[in-house]
Design a protein around this ligand. Structure first.
Ligand SMILES: NC(=O)c1ccc[n+]([C@@H]2O[C@H](COP(=O)([O-])OP(=O)(O)OC[C@H]3O[C@@H](n4cnc5c(N)ncnc54)[C@H](O)[C@@H]3O)[C@@H](O)[C@H]2O)c1
Length: 422
C-alpha cells in the first residue's frame, strides 16, 4: 500500500496535467526507456528512494522507475521546490511521496527519514541530504549491503561526497551523475541559464541596459551570463578560479572582485556552490546599490548571505510571492528573490522538461546498470560509464530525428594511434 504525506490530495488532477505536459517533452525518459522498462522490468524487486526537486519532470522519472518494476519513494530536495499538485498526482499512481511545498527544516528531514525507512537499494540524491542522513542516522542500512549504489544529481552534492570520500566516511558506491556530459553540459548550462528568466519574473524588470553581476563562470553561471547578455544586460562576472575568470574575460565579460561590483550592480545572481559569495558584513551590505535585486540559483541558500541580510534589515516586506523588500537602517532597499533559494525552482517550475529528459535518462539507465553490476562495486565514487553517457546522447538524438556521422575504421585507428604524423 502506498505510504505518503503531501499537502493536498485534491490537487491530483492538476498534477496529472503537469505530468502529461512533461511526459510529451521527455521523449527518452518517459518514452523510449519507459516503454522498454515496462516490457523488461529490469528493476523488479528493487526499492529506489529519490531526494529530488518534486517537479513534473521528477514525477516522470519516478514513473519510469516504477514501470521498470521498482518500488519508488520520493521526497523533496529543497523546502521550496516541491510542486504540490505533482506530489498529489504521484500518490495516486502509487509512488510513496513525502513532500510538500514550504516544509520546515525539521519536516524536510522527517520526509527523508520516511523514505529511508523504505530500505532503498538505490538512492538518488540532489544535494546530498538523503545519503548523508542515511550515513548519520541509518548505519544499519548502510552496513547491511542492501544499498547497491547511489546517484548524485548536482554539483554541490558531488562536492560533499568527494569530501566524505577524502575523510574515509563514504560507505556506499556513489555515481556522480552530475559529472556525466549529458547532465552538466545541458541541465546546468541550458537549464540554469534559462533560469535567469525566472529571476526576471521575480521583479519583472527589463534586463536590457542593466548591470547584471553573475557570480561564477562554471557550468550554470556561464549559461546564466550568456542569457543575461542575450537579453541586453551589461554583464560582469566574479570568479575565484583563474582559468574560469580568463574564460569569462575572453568571452567578452567584465571580470572583477564582487566587492567592486556592488555600487553599480542592478542585479546580482549567484550559482557557485560556495558560501557567502557576498560577504555577510553590514559594511558590505551598505555598498549595495539602492534597489538591487539579489537572486541565487546555486543549491543552498547561503551564497547570498540570506540569514545575515534578514538580521540586518530593519524591515522585511513581502512584495509579491517569493520577492521580499529588505529595508536597511540607512533607508536603502534591496530585493531578495526566493528567500535566497534556487530562484529558477521557486519562482518558476525549474528546468525545461527537454533538458531534464537527459538528466533523468541517465538516472534511469544508471539504476538499471547498478542493479545488473552491483556485485562488483566497492564503496567510493565511481564515474558514470562512458557508454551510458553516450547511450543517452544517441537516444536523445534519435528521438529528435537527428543522425550524425560514425567513425570509419581508418578514422578510429588514426585517433587512437600515434604512428601517423607530419
Ligand atoms: N538552479 C538549478 O536548478 C541548478 C542546476 C544545477 C546545479 N545547480 C547548483 O549550482 C551550483 C553551481 O553548479 P555548477 O555545476 O555551475 O558548478 P561549477 O563547479 O561548474 O561552477 C561553479 C563556479 O563558481 C566558481 N566559484 C566558487 N566560489 C566562488 C565565489 N566565492 N565567487 C565567485 N565564483 C566562485 C567556481 O570557481 C566555478 O567556476 C551548485 O550549487 C549546483 O549544485 C543548480
Amino acid at each position: 500500500m502506498v505510504d505518503y504525506k503531501v499537502a493536498d490530495e485534491t490537487l491530483a488532477d492538476q498534477g496529472e496535467e503537469a505530468l502529461y505536459i512533461a511526459e510529451n517533452k521527455m521523449t527518452v525518459t518517459a518514452g523510449i526507456i519507459r516503454e522498454r522498462f515496462k516490457k523488461e522490468k529490469p528493476l523488479e524487486g528493487i526499492t529506489i528512494a529519490g531526494c529530488l526537486h518534486v517537479t513534473k519532470e521528477t514525477g516522470n522519472l519516478a514513473l519510469t522507475l516504477q514501470a521498470g518494476g521498482a518500488e519508488v519513494y520520493l521526497c523533496g530536495s529543497n523546502p521550496l521546490s516541491t510542486q504540490d499538485e505533482v506530489a498529489a498526482a504521484l500518490v495516486k499512481k502509487d509512488i510513496n511521496v513525502f513532500a510538500w511545498h514550504g516544509n520546515t527544516t525539521e519536516e524536510f528531514y522527517w520526509c527523508i527519514r520516511q523514505c529511508l525507512k523504505g530500505k532503498p537499494n538505490i538512492m538518488i540524491d540532489d544535494g546530498g541530504d538523503m545519503i548523508v542522513t542515511a550515513h548519520q542516522e541509518f548505519p544499519e542500512l548502510i552496513s547491511s549491503g542492501k544499498v547497491y549504489g547511489c546517484q548524485e544529481e548536482t554539483t554541490t552534492g558531488v562536492k560533499r561526497f568527494k569530501a566524505m570520500e577524502r575523510q574515509g566516511k563514504l560507505k556506499v558506491p556513489l555515481f556522480p551523475v552530475n559529472d556525466a556530459r549529458c547532465k552538466n553540459q545541458f541541465d546546468n548550462e541550458l537549464g540554469t541559464g534559462q533560469g535567469v528568466i525566472s529571476a526576471i519574473y521575480g521583479m519583472h524588470i527589463l534586463f536590457a541596459g542593466k548591470n547584471v553581476v553573475i557570480a561564477g563562470f562554471g557550468h550554470c553561471s556561464s549559461g546564466m551570463a550568456l542569457r543575461a547578455r542575450g537579453l541586453g544586460a551589461n554583464v560582469t562576472v566574479t570568479e575565484v578560479d583563474p582559468i574560469n575568470a580568463l574564460k569569462a574575460r575572453f568571452t567578452g565579460y567584465n571580470v572583477k572582485p564582487i566587492i567592486e561590483t556592488l555600487p553599480e550592480a542592478d542585479v546580482i545572481l549567484t550559482a557557485t556552490g560556495c558560501k557567502h559569495v557576498i560577504p555577510p558584513d553590514p559594511e558590505v551590505f551598505n555598498k549595495l546599490k539602492d534597489g538591487v535585486i539579489l537572486g541565487n540559483l546555486g543549491h543552498f541558500d547561503i551564497e547570498i548571505p540570506t540569514k545575515e541580510l534578514y538580521e540586518y534589515a530593519e524591515e522585511i516586506k513581502p512584495i509579491r510571492k517569493y520577492v521580499e523588500e529588505l529595508i536597511f537602517p540607512n533607508g536603502k532597499k534591496v530585493y531578495l528573490l526566493a528567500k535566497g533559494r534556487l530562484a529558477n525552482l521557486v519562482l518558476a517550475e525549474g528546468h525545461p522538461s527537454e533538458v531534464m529528459d537527459m538528466s533523468f535518462s541517465l538516472q534511469s539507465l544508471m539504476s538499471e546498470w547498478i542493479v545488473k553490476n552491483h556485485a562488483a562495486f566497492k564503496p567510493g565514487i565511481i564515474d558514470v560509464p562512458k557508454e551510458i553517457d553516450d547511450k543517452v546522447g544517441y537516444l536523445k538524438l534519435d528521438a529528435m530525428g537527428i543522425e550524425i556521422d560514425k567513425l570509419t575504421e581508418e578514422q578510429y585507428n588514426y585517433i587512437h594511434g600515434f604512428e601517423e604524423g607530419t
